[in-house]
Ligand binder design. Structure first.
Ligand code: GAL
Length: 668
C-alpha cells in the first residue's frame, strides 16, 4: 500500500446500471473518496450459474476506478453463495444451536466447514485472484465479510465430524478427554470420540468443557478457512490481505489474523460509546503491531436495517472519529456504504449519497473528513504511533470462557470497555494486546478477566515482572484450567503460587453489601471474586464490609526487579472507578510510566513520533463539548502554523489539533 491515508466507501456496482455507475465514480472523485471496497456479496453476479464464472464486469470496474484515481479493496464473495449452491441442499447450510437449518437468503447461510462449500469457495476465489489479483488499483484484499456476524457456532453434520477429529487431535485418547473433562458428572462419560455431542439443545446447560472447547474448535476452523483462502490469493497477487472483523463475533481474532497481513474492523458505535470506538482502534493496532489498521466500515450518520435504526451522529463527530482513527494508527477510514441501497434488507441505512443520487444527511460530515484527511496526511506519514508504557491484554479466548460461564450476565467486551475507560480518562496512553502480544518495552501490564492463564502467558508475564515490570492480574483472572474446569491444587493455579498469596475463598461479592479499602479509598466490591491470605505478598486492599471482613482483595508481591499485584474483586460504582483509577495512578507511578496526559474526559491525545524522535500529539475532542489539555512543553501547532507555549490549551467542540514539540521529553 502507498504512503497515504485512504478515505473510502463500500461500493456495489453490480446493483446499479451503467449510467448510475458513471455518476457514482464522478461523485466519488468530487467527494474525495480514494478507495472503494467491492465484491463481498457479488457471487451470483460473478458465477450466475454453477461453473460459469465471468469476472469481466468487476475487472472493468476496477480499471475504471483506477483511471479515476480510486483504488480498490477487492473482496471474496463467500458470505453469499448463490441459489445454485443452496437449493435442495440443506446439508450445506448452517445449523444454529437450536438445531434450525438455515434457508437460502440473507447471508452466512452456508456452513464454511462444508466440503462442497470449500471447493466452490476455492474456485471462485482462485478465479478472482487470477483475473484481478495483479490489476493496478487493487491495493488490498478482504476475505469474505464479517465472519460469524449473524451466526455463532454451527451444529451441522460436517461440523460434527470435524469436531470429533479436532477433539481426537487435542486429547489423543478418549480416556484423556474423559479425565480432563471429568465426564462421569451427570453420566456424560464417552466411549469414543464420535459419541461426543455438539452443544446443541439440551434441557439444561451443557458441560463447561464441551461448550468452551466447541467455541475454540469453531474459531480455529474459520481461521483455517481464512488461511486457505489467503493462500489461494497469494498465488496470484501480492496485495495484502485483511478481514473486516469486530470484537463481538464468535471468533478468535488473534488466531484469525495470524495468517492475514493487516487488521481491519467495522464499527457502528454511536458517540455515547466513544470509548468502545477508541478501544477498537487500540485493539486492532495491537493485533498486527507496526502495521496500520483500517476502519473498513462505519456509518456516515446512522446504522439501520428494515427493523431498526440508530440515532444520527451529531454533526462534527464523524470527523473526530476519522482523525482519531488515523492518529491512533489507522491508514484507511471507510463508510458502509457509498450509495444507499435501493433494494434488500438495509434500505434505511445511511450512506454517502442517497439511492436517488443526492447528498445524504451525513454528506457534509464526509466532506469534513476529507478536508481533515488532506490536512493531516503529511504529518501522519511522517510519524508513527508511540508504543505505550501500559499494555492491557484483550482476549477473545477469555471471552469464550465468559460466554460459557456468564454468571449474572458478565459481558466481557462491556466490562473490558468500562475498565479501559478508566485508563483512558486518566489520560494514559495505552496499548491493547492479544494474549500472545510481545511485552517488551512495557512497564505495566494489566490482565483483567482472563479466567484461563496459559503457561505461555504466565511465562511471558513472569519474565516481564522479573525484568522490572508491574503486572496487575485480575479481577477474575486465573480461576479456570485450559479445559474450563476448576483447579484442584489451589484456586488460581500457578498464578496464585507465584503471586505469593493463598486464595481463601472464591465467591460472588454482592456490591450492595460488600466494600473494600485501599490507598485510603473505600468502594463497593462486586463480581466473581477471590480473597487472599498473603503468603509472601503484602496486603494492600482489605475487605471492610461483607462476608469476609479484613481479608485482602488486593495484594502486591515483589519478584525479581518487578511486582505482581493481585486484584481479587471488581471495585464498582463511581467510588469503584475512582479506586481503580487510584490503583492505576499508584502503580503506574511506581513503574515509571511516563506518558500520562492531563486532558479532560471526552478529549483524547494520540502521541506519535517522527523518525528523528520529535514528539507529535494529535488532540481530538470526541464528545462535542470541547475540553482542555495541558501541553507539557513548547511546540508548534502544525495546522495553524503557530507557536504554542507550555500550559493549558483549550480544544473546541470536535476540534482537532496537531502539536509538534521542539525537543524530546517525558511527554512522548
Ligand atoms: C455490517 C456489514 C455490512 C452492512 C452493515 C450495516 O455488519 O458488514 O454489510 O450490513 O453492517 O451496518
Amino acid at each position: 500500500m502507498a504512503d497515504k491515508l485512504y478515505h473510502g466507501a463500500c461500493f456495489y456496482p453490480e446493483l446499479w446500471d451503467e449510467k448510475t455507475i458513471a455518476e457514482d465514480i464522478k461523485k466519488m472523485k468530487q467527494t474525495g473518496i480514494n478507495v472503494v471496497r467491492i465484491g463481498e456479496f457479488a457471487w451470483s453476479k460473478m458465477e450466475p450459474e454453477e461453473g460459469s464464472i465471468d469476472l469481466r464486469f468487476f475487472v472493468n470496474i476496477i480499471h475504471r476506478l483506477y483511471e479515476n484515481g480510486i483504488d480498490t479493496v477487492l473482496c471474496t464473495p463467500t458470505p453469499t453463495p448463490p441459489i445454485w449452491f443452496s437449493h435442495g441442499h440443506p446439508e450445506r447450510m448452517h445449523v444454529d444451536q437450536a438445531g434450525r437449518t438455515m434457508h437460502h437468503g440473507s447471508r452466512q447461510h452456508a456452513c464454511t466447514n462444508n466440503a462442497y462449500f470449500r471447493e466452490k469457495a476455492a474456485m471462485i476465489t482462485e478465479a478472482l485472484a487470477k483475473a484481478a489479483g495483479r490489476l493496478p488499483g487493487v491495493i488490498a484484499w478482504q476475505l469474505d465479510n464479517e465472519f460469524k456476524c449473524h451466526i455463532a457456532e454451527c451444529m451441522c453434520a460436517s461440523c460434527k465430524n470435524q469436531w470429533h477429529q479436532w477433539l481426537q487431535a487435542r486429547y489423543g485418547t478418549i480416556e484423556q478427554l474423559n479425565e480432563e473433562w471429568g465426564t462421569h458428572i451427570w453420566s456424560e462419560y464417552y466411549h469414543s470420540f464420535d459419541q461426543i455431542p455438539q452443544p446443541a439443545a439440551t434441557p439444561f446447560l451443557h458441560h463447561s468443557s464441551l461448550q468452551t472447547m466447541y467455541r475454540l474448535f469453531e474459531s480455529e476452523k474459520i481461521a483455517e478457512f481464512a488461511d486457505e483462502q489467503a493462500s489461494i490469493i497469494r498465488r496470484y497477487s501480492e496485495a495484502p490481505i485483511t478481514h473486516n472483523s469486530t470484537l463481538f463475533f464468535s471468533l478468535d481474532n488473534e488466531r484469525l489474523f495470524e495468517g492475514l497481513d493487516f487488521a481491519s474492523f467495522d464499527t457502528y458505535a454511536t458517540q455515547e460509546k466513544m470509548e468502545s470506538y477508541l478501544l477498537n482502534c487500540d485493539v486492532w493496532r495491537g493485533l498486527k503491531k507496526n502495521k496500520p489498521y483500517w476502519v473498513v466500515e462505519t456509518s456516515t450518520s446512522y446504522a439501520a436495517s428494515l427493523e431498526s435504526y440508530a440515532n444520527p451522529h451529531p454533526n462534527g463527530y464523524l470527523r473526530s472519529e476519522a482523525v482519531a482513527a488515523y492518529a491512533l494508527g489507522g491508514e484507511g477510514f471507510c463508510y458502509w456504504l457509498w450509495r444507499q441501497q435501493r433494494t434488500g434488507s438495509e434500505l434505511p441505512h445511511s450512506a454517502v449519497i442517497s439511492a436517488w443520487g443526492e447528498p445524504t444527511v451525513g454528506y457534509e460530515n464526509v466532506l469534513q473528513v476529507e478536508e481533515a484527511r488532506k490536512k493531516i496526511e503529511p504529518i501522519m506519514i511522517a510519524t508513527k504511533p508511540v508504543q505505550a508504557d501500559i499494555a492491557i491484554t484483550y482476549s477473545d479466548r477469555a471471552r469464550m470462557f465468559h460466554l460459557t460461564e456468564p454468571h449474572n450476565g458478565i459481558h466481557y467486551k462491556d466490562l473490558m470497555t468500562d475498565l479501559y475507560k478508566v485508563v483512558l480518562q486518566e489520560g494514559f496512553h495505552r496499548d491493547v494486546l492479544p494474549e500472545g502480544g510481545d511485552l517488551s518495552g512495557y512497564k505495566l501490564l494489566f490482565t483483567p478477566l482472563l479466567p484461563y492463564v496459559s503457561d505461555d502467558y504466565l511465562e511471558q508475564a513472569k519474565s516481564f515482572v522479573e525484568d522490572g515490570g508491574i503486572w496487575i492480574a485480575g479481577p477474575m483472572t486465573g480461576g479456570r484450567t485450559k479445559d474450563h474446569t476448576i483447579h484442584t491444587d489451589r484456586a488460581l493455579g500457578r498464578l496464585e503460587e507465584w503471586a505469593g498469596v493463598k486464595t481463601l475463598f472464591t465467591f460472588p461479592m454482592d456490591e450492595k453489601t460488600t466494600a473494600g479499602e485501599a490507598f485510603g479509598l473505600e468502594a463497593p466490591l462486586g463480581l466473581w471474586s477471590a480473597v487472599f491470605e498473603p503468603a509472601g505478598a503484602s496486603p494492600v486492599g482489605k475487605v471492610t464490609k461483607g462476608v469476609t471482613p479484613n481479608k485482602a482483595f488486593l495484594t502486591e508481591h515483589s519478584v525479581g526487579k518487578g511486582k505482581i499485584v493481585m486484584l481479587g474483586a471488581m471495585p464498582s460504582g463511581a467510588a469503584g472507578k475512582e479506586l481503580i483509577a487510584e490503583i492505576f495512578r499508584h502503580y503506574t507511578e511506581e513503574a515509571g510510566v511516563e506518558v500520562k496526559m492531563d486532558v479532560t474526559p471526552g478529549t483524547i491525545v494520540a502521541p506519535r513520533k517522527t523518525e528523528d524522535g520529535h514528539s507529535v500529539w494529535i488532540i481530538v475532542n470526541m464528545d462535542g463539548h470541547g475540553g482542555t489539555v495541558t501541553v507539557p512543553a513548547d511546540g508548534e501547532d502544525i495546522l495553524e502554523a503557530t507557536t504554542i507555549g507550555a500550559g493549558k490549551l483549550t480544544i473546541q467542540p470536535y476540534e482537532y489539533k496537531i502539536i509538534q514539540f521542539k525537543k524530546e521529553g517525558a511527554f512522548e
